[in-house]
Structure formats: structure tokens, C-alpha cells
Design a protein around this ligand. Structure first.
Ligand code: ATP
Ligand code: MG
Length: 428
């Protein structure tokens, strides 16, 4: 016998009983983000490999070991996007969107690809909702972007401190970070023997990344490490104070975690994470993460456009939300065809009902009893019995499957819509 095929490791089907929850999350996002002036952008799911190498940084985990890269038929090196900030920035530069009024605010929703160790909340194809605010040097945009994420989560019923906790930090700027980097590197060199092999390499190549390491031995060493806030320049200190001030004004609770850094190379100043409370996500507790990236647009060949953004893992969000979200709506009625009525009459009526905006299903003929069984299995409230005698009178029988009561209704848009909606209210 032929072995049935399965999804590739790290990828998942999103089945019809799950898609309503995805649509719900996406529509809440659209609604909330639009109120903040964010507009949707859709970029290709694969890009030139060089974009990610230059944008995310050669020494990051993503570029170093997590990218799905291949050569296309023309021999171009391309990569399935592991994240979408680089793609959005590429589009911003390519289409000269910087000529439009600043700031430019975009959101995206779509699949990302990373060759990772698969576990709960960690897939190889996963989805992110993300936002980017470009040409936005003022700290008010950092705070707005963070407050918007908090607002979105709250609209889904995820309240601060109860469902999530927000941590904020600043990783400094090109002016003050080098001195901190050197101080941290000196410290890390003094405890090499106690660090994991990756962190020994990071000590030389990108010491800040060690602060992000999840290995417990490394974490315990870091208690003694110098903290970035002692090295901030005046401008960074002031910018951070403003972000704190605006977040407080917006009523968004946060904690300053001076050890928070992000895994990507392009961040400067503000970085933040929304961490899920409780144990639904296990070790993968970061729901949403982001920060400011003042140099990325220029690094990728555009005009200086300081920016800030975040990305939220949709699978992780759905895990946190559990199954409380709305499910699929069943049809309002099943059309039942008694013996004697040509099926084409049922077919004609079904088409009319649908064109009148009603969601109906047809039972595929056969024994009446089996047709009613189907209606029951679908969980619909009503059956429409398309009987010969009623049809001759231009009518149909509407049967309430809960109360078993029935009535004759004229086959017209207004009569059927009225009968189905008023009976629906009775049922609810
Ligand atoms: P982590 O520390 O969990 O590896 P990250 O720093 O790599 O996260 P980002 O690149 O900042 O994550 O992505 C933002 C969000 O996207 C994460 O907070 C998470 O919710 C989600 N995410 C990242 N990688 C995955 C994955 N492999 N599977 C599912 N969700 C993911
Ligand atoms: Mg990661």
C-alpha cells in the first residue's frame, strides 16, 4: 500500500476548524493598527539572500544557521524570509516611499521560515504579525508602537500583568555602545571557562549577544556582568526616559530590564519584549519583540530613516488565547428534498438563498430521515423542506430543529430572510 504523505517537519496545516480563529486575530489586528495610522504592506516571501545577510547580520543565529536558502533556476541566491523587517525596508527604499510624509507606518501578516529545533511554540514555518514605523526619530514613535501592541493584546482579552508582562531596555547608540561592548567583552573573557561554546565565540564576535543566551550556566555568570544603562550617553538616557514617560502616559505597565538585548544586529536604543505569563508557552514565552533600528535603512542603501518596529508570533498568540476564540459559523439551514420534488428545485432555491445573503447547505437527496440527520450533524438550527405541494403554492416549509415547530414561508427574499432571522433570534 502507498504510504500517505505528511507535512514537512516544522510545518503545520491550519485546518478549517482553526482558520476562524486566525481570521479573528487578523481582523482585530487590522482594526486596531489602522487606528494608529498603520497600513498593510505585502512583500514577497523570498528575497535575495544578500538582503538578510546585510540586514540581519552575518553573525546572528538567523543568518548563521536558521535560513532556508537555495539557488533559483537563474542561479540567483535566494532565501525564504526568516523575518520581514529587511523585506519591508527593501521595499521602502526600492519604491522611494521615503518621499512620502514621515513617518511611514506599515504592518504585515504572513509566514516566516527558520530552520530551528522544532518544539511547542517553535516551528520552521510560522507566522508573524509585524509593524514598522519608518522615518521616525522621535521616542514618541517607540512608545506608540509599544502601546499599540499592548492595545491589540488587550482587545483580544490579554490584559497586562495578568496575561503578559512588558520588558523594555535601551542597547545604546553607535556613540556609547562601543565602550560598553568593550567593557562587557573584558568581563566575558574573564569567565570563558564557564560559558557555553556558542558564547565563547560570541564573546569575540558580538558580546552583547551573550546577554541573550538561554543556557543556564551562561545566565548565572551574567549576574556580575556590567549593565548597559551605566554606559548610556546623555541622548540615549534622555530618549529612554521619554519612552518611559510616554508609556506611563498611555497607561502601559512595563519593567526596565537592563539585561534585555535582542538577537538581531540592527537594533539601537529601545528594545522590548512582551512575555506571556503562565505556562502555556513553556520555554518559548516571548510573544512579541521589537525595537528601534536607526541605521538599517541607510545600511541597505536608502537615505537615513531612523525606525522602530516589532513582530509578534501568531502561533504563540493563539496558544496563549487557547480555544476561547470564535469557531466557524455553521449554515443557517439545510435544504431537505422529499421524494417527488426534482432536486433541481432544491438546487435553484439554494442558489437564490445564497444570492440573498443566507448561508445554506443542501442535503444530497435520498431518505428524508438521513437528510435530517445531516442537518443535525452540521448543527444547523433550521431545515427548509422543499415539498412538491408547497412549491406549487410558491412556498417552502421552515422547520425549527430544536422546537420541532414548523411554518410555511413564501419563497421570496424578504419573507425568507425575515422568517430565518426572526426564528434565529428565538433560538439564540
Ligand atoms: P526566540 O528567542 O523565541 O527564538 P526570536 O528572538 O528569534 O525569538 P524574533 O525574531 O524577535 O524572535 O521574532 C518575533 C516573534 O516571532 C517571537 O517573539 C516569537 O513569538 C515569534 N517566533 C520567532 N521564531 C519563531 C518560531 N520558530 N516559531 C514560532 N514563532 C516564532
Ligand atoms: Mg530565535
Amino acid at each position: 500500500m502507498t504510504q500517505p504523505l505528511q507535512t514537512v517537519k516544522g510545518t503545520k496545516d491550519i485546518l478549517p476548524h482553526e482558520t476562524p480563529r486566525w481570521r479573528f486575530v487578523e481582523s482585530r489586528a487590522q482594526d486596531v493598527l489602522a487606528r494608529y495610522g498603520y497600513r498593510e504592506i505585502r512583500t514577497p516571501i523570498y528575497e535575495a539572500t544578500e538582503l538578510f545577510a546585510r540586514g540581519i547580520g552575518e553573525t546572528t543565529d538567523i543568518v548563521g544557521k536558521e535560513m532556508f536558502s537555495f539557488d533559483d533556476r537563474g542561479g540567483r541566491h535566494v532565501t525564504l524570509r526568516p523575518e520581514n523587517t529587511a523585506g519591508v525596508v527593501r521595499a521602502y527604499i526600492q519604491h522611494k516611499l521615503y518621499t512620502q510624509p514621515a513617518p511611514q507606518k506599515y504592518w504585515y501578516f504572513g509566514p516566516m521560515f527558520r530552520a530551528e529545533n522544532v518544539q511547542a511554540g517553535r516551528q520552521r514555518q510560522f507566522h508573524q504579525l509585524g509593524v514598522e514605523c519608518l522615518a521616525a526619530p522621535d521616542p514618541c514613535w517607540d512608545a506608540e508602537s509599544i502601546a499599540m501592541a499592548a492595545h491589540f493584546l488587550a482587545e483580544l482579552g490579554l490584559k497586562p500583568l495578568d496575561a503578559w508582562q512588558l520588558q523594555v531596555n535601551s542597547v545604546g547608540c553607535d556613540g556609547c555602545r562601543p565602550a560598553y561592548r568593550d567593557a562587557l567583552q573584558l568581563f566575558l573573557r574573564s569567565c570563558q571557562a564557564d560559558l557555553c561554546p556558542d558564547c565563547r565565540v560570541r564573546t569575540e564576535r558580538n558580546p552583547l549577544r551573550v546577554l541573550d543566551c538561554k543556557v543556564p550556566a551562561c545566565r548565572s555568570q551574567l549576574h556580575q556582568a556590567p549593565l548597559v544603562d551605566t554606559a548610556w550617553c546623555n541622548d540615549c538616557r534622555q530618549a529612554f526616559a521619554q519612552v518611559e514617560e510616554f508609556l506611563t502616559a498611555a497607561g502601559v505597565p512595563f519593567t526596565h530590564n537592563p539585561r534585555l538585548v535582542r538577537g538581531l544586529d540592527y537594533y539601537s536604543r529601545t528594545v522590548f519584549e512582551f512575555i506571556a505569563c503562565g505556562d502555556r508557552l513553556g520555554a518559548q514565552s516571548t510573544l512579541c519583540a521589537g525595537g528601534r533600528y536607526d541605521a538599517l535603512v541607510a545600511d541597505l542603501g536608502g537615505p537615513a530613516s531612523p525606525a522602530v518596529g516589532w513582530a509578534l508570533g501568531v502561533e504563540r498568540l493563539l496558544l496563549v488565547l487557547g480555544t476561547e476564540l470564535p469557531g466557524a459559523q455553521p449554515p443557517v439551514a439545510v435544504l431537505v428534498t422529499p421524494p417527488g420534488t426534482p432536486f433541481s428545485e432544491t438546487f435553484r432555491l439554494a442558489c437564490s438563498l445564497r444570492s440573498w445573503g443566507l448561508s445554506v447547505e443542501m442535503a444530497p437527496g435520498g431518505k428524508l430521515e438521513r437528510q435530517f440527520k445531516l442537518a443535525e450533524r452540521l448543527g444547523v438550527p433550521f431545515a427548509l423542506v422543499v415539498g412538491e405541494a408547497e412549491l406549487a403554492a410558491g412556498e417552502v416549509i421552515l422547520k425549527n430543529l430544536t422546537t420541532r415547530s414548523q411554518q410555511r414561508v413564501l419563497i421570496s427574499r424578504d419573507a425568507l430572510r425575515a422568517a430565518l432571522t426572526s426564528s434565529l433570534q428565538e433560538v439564540q
